[in-house]
Design a protein around this ligand. Structure first.
Ligand code: NDP
Length: 460
């Protein structure tokens, strides 16, 4: 294997030209898909040294192939609301890449879901899933349905209609969805029930994130948040820092946020703030996780209710203000592009030392540049939030073996996987001339395995 120094300037130029040419073609083909193009640009920008060293990827035109989904399914989801009126939503599933395993990726129910959001998430998922070291390809899906304010009956009827169409395209060896924003244990339960009814068989491995009572894995609920903290723990350790005694700000108050907060607090951090899409709470004594979990997971209340029980805490309208709270470690765990250049500069000015992305693509490209140029330790989403899909793959393994592993065993496996992802990303960054740059390292490490599989499998 040649080192980067052995790569000729002319090969680097040829690789850069190829990257630019393909990116332009992707732009032309998807002109209105800003989020998708952002995700493609972030990956492509990392790959020039890889392509210079491996011209076979250019010969096989891997970039143009990898940026085009194998399949994109769009469908109508009609359902009846509590007033007896027929409502219509749009459903999506992108089956992006199956080079290293069946398509795998969550379902998002949120009014903002469209083709661009679905494709950016599916594209990211290819490289994230590869990084986990598990045999899973990349996919993603969802709907513009908003579960907020809907009754259980409405959510069930919508979800059943969604699965009635989706079930034609998924299966334990074909495509295995899971949860994401707006899709938690309740929705996965309804989706699984409908799939089972239509298929007439118990294919437990068709969905992950199931309740442990019917084939779900222990620790899946906690996995993404815990995994983000395990990943950041390694990065902090290598730089002489720790969660213990640190002040942490977490955005969001959903699945990823709650368990990132729980693990950070367990490691001795003081978690002082979290948010929802309406506002944020700040409690300088540390957020009470007991109250937060009950309000969000059991009672499905808005975050503003928290201050009624904890009057010493403050509730502030408007979610983005959360980044003005001084902290040592920021964990964005809500949604894409929630940290822009301005928010990144405020975090830096207030002394942030590390940023770990629990959400998918929460930092804009400009924000990442601010962190990079200020030497802020940065854990990119693809690597830092891969714990959720890792435990989903462990759930698939348990379903295939018809076994369930104890929580301690799954947690230990998750911890090992996150350490490996960290090390593999650091090694790739170093090998390709960007030591310490985890954005580049994670992109390259995730890309190599998929690209090699695509070359081996021919033009398909
Ligand atoms: P949840 O639905 O459980 O929670 C999402 C949280 O983010 C809620 O507090 C929500 O507030 C807030 N939020 C959503 N949209 C916005 C917005 N536009 N502005 C401000 N806040 C917003 O989702 P998850 O915790 O599962 O997912 C959070 C992020 O983590 C997403 O980016 C997801 O793709 C990513 N992720 C999730 C994984 C998982 O295993 N669940 C795995 C890997 C990544 P509100 O209630 O007001 O909408």
């Amino acid at each position: 294997m040649p080192t980067l120094e052995d790569v000729k300037q002319s090969d680097l130029q040829a690789a850069a030209d190829y990257v630019n040419k393909v990116y332009k073609a992707v732009e032309q083909r998807n002109p209105h898909e800003a989020e998708f193009l952002q995700a493609v640009k972030e990956i492509f920008d990392s790959l020039t040294p890889v392509l210079a060293k491996h011209p076979e990827y250019i010969k096989h035109n891997i970039l143009e192939r990898i940026a085009e989904p194998e399949r994109m399914i769009t469908f109508r989801v009609p359902w009846v609301d509590d007033q007896g009126c027929v409502q219509v939503n749009r459903g999506f599933r992108v089956q992006f890449n199956s080079a290293i395993g069946p398509y795998k990726g969550g379902l998002r129910f949120h009014p903002s879901v469209n083709a661009s959001i679905t494709k950016f998430l599916g594209f990211e998922q290819i490289f994230k899933n590869s990084l986990t070291g598990q045999p899973i390809g990349g996919g993603k899906g969802g709907s513009d349905f908003d579960p907020k304010g809907k009754s259980d009956g409405e959510v069930m009827r919508f979800t059943q209609s969604f699965m009635t169409e989706l079930c034609k395209y998924i299966g334990p060896d074909q495509d295995v969805p899971a949860g994401d924003i707006g899709v938690g244990a309740r929705e996965i339960g309804y989706l699984f029930g409908q799939y089972k009814k239509i298929k007439g068989g118990y294919e437990a491995g068709v969905l992950t994130g199931k309740s442990p009572g019917f084939g779900g894995s222990l620790i899946r609920t906690e996995a993404t948040g815990y995994g983000t903290v395990y990943f950041m723990q390694e990065l902090l350790k290598d730089n002489g820092l720790t969660f213990e005694g640190s002040t942490v700000v977490v955005s969001g108050s959903g699945n990823v946020a709650i368990y990132a907060m729980e693990k950070a607090a367990e490691l001795g951090a003081s978690v002082v703030a979290c948010s929802d899409s309406n506002g944020y709470i700040y409690d300088e004594n540390g957020i009470s996780l007991g109250t937060l979990k009950r309000l969000k997971e059991v009672e499905r209340h808005r975050l503003s209710e928290y201050v009624k029980e904890h009057p010493q805490a403050q509730y502030v309208e408007g979610g983005s203000g959360i980044w003005s709270i001084p902290c040592d470690i920021a964990l964005p765990c809500a949604t894409q592009n929630e940290i822009d250049e301005t928010a990144a500069n405020i975090l830096v000015r207030n002394g942030v030392k590390a940023v770990g992305e629990g959400a998918n693509m929460p930092s804009t490209l400009e924000a990442i540049e601010v962190f990079r140029s200020n030497q802020i330790l940065f854990g990119p989403a693809k690597a830092a939030n891969a714990g959720g899909v890792s435990v989903s793959a462990l759930e698939m393994a348990q379903n295939s073996a018809r076994l369930s592993w104890p929580a301690e065993e799954v947690d230990a496996k998750l911890h090992d996987i996150m350490i490996n992802i960290y090390r593999d990303s650091m090694t790739a960054a170093e090998k390709y001339g960007q030591p310490g740059d985890l954005v580049t390292g994670a992109n390259i490490a995730g890309f190599l395995k998929v690209a090699d599989a695509m070359v081996s499998q021919g033009v398909i």
